[in-house]
Design a binder for this molecule. Sequence first.
Ligand code: NDP
Length: 335
Amino acid sequence: MFKALVIDKQDDVQTVAISELDESQLPEGEVRVKVQYSTLNYKDGLAITGKAPVVRKFPMVPGIDFAGEVIESSDERWKAGDQVILNGWGVGESHWGGLAGCAQVKADWLVALPEGLSAKQAMSVGTAGYTAMLCVMALQQQGVKPEDGEILVTGANGGVGTISITLLATLGYTVVASTGRMEEADYLKSLGASEVIHRDTFSSAGRPLAKERWAGAVDSVGSHTLANVCASMRYGGAVAACGLAQGMDLPATVAPFILRGVALIGVDSVNAPYAKRVAAWEQLTKLLDLDKLAANTQDLTLEDCVEVASDLLAGKVRGRVVVDCTALRFVDNLA
Ligand code: NDP
């Protein structure tokens, strides 16, 4: 038996409760994992509050990522005792997820926890941090270098934003943070931002082309913000777009792309191939200052998740949260 957060829906009414489940109820998968830590990402906030149709079938255990220890595996790539990480693959959406004491998943979906990173630290990074790394790698692959000029990070106080700032600053880039919470400017500077600007600069309809400023950008906001960011890129600059915190629309023109050679690179973490995941986690382990990461992380229990999910969507959470799942599998607690 194990405890899990369970989302259910009856007659169009969604409920969320902590339930006790039997391991025989777990979905199909070659690898059973004792979940040690999970986290709350933006998508988990949407799933738990029901604000967007993230959950594809009910009942569902949310949690799009987890870190834990393999209990048993019918796939030779994994064995009991291996420390693993899972991000994405529809887990927490169409396959039971990480906000639980136990999970069962496909062997293909797992990566080994890199040496030097604990399960808790991996979830302080979480899917938000791993996506931030994919965005930074996308800019690097596009040839954006520190000497090219300033890099803009939107949604700066969020999970993707905070870790993007930290990674870019560590790599020597000059980072400008865009936020709706100017009161957090000192915090964003402590992460590595050299300047903090108000997100209102980008949030309403703008012109097809604006003054050229950014050599690169990481955007987790979408909508008018992404359109205005594209319009204010320098010639040949690149934008890594991964999110929709302002909206899913993109009210832009082609002007920045056809007149300034701007590259708009889509970043997806959910179905990213194995080699890219491993490369991202290796880079994260090398680049992140783990003390700074700990200071950027709040600890939660399963009981806290519903309230914090609403706070997350309301933009009230700063940085990252980790959910302690170590005591949710009863057989371990008895042992
Ligand atoms: P968070 O909730 O931690 O952060 C989002 C941030 O966006 C907020 O902190 C806020 O920053 C800003 N924001 C919120 N609402 C608005 C708004 N209306 N207008 C402008 N800015 C706003 O989320 P994450 O960082 O975890 O995720 C960010 C986005 O990236 C989400 O849309 C998420 O779904 C997406 N994502 C995509 C992935 C992929 O694979 N493509 C993977 C992970 C995340 P501030 O207060 O500083 O303004």
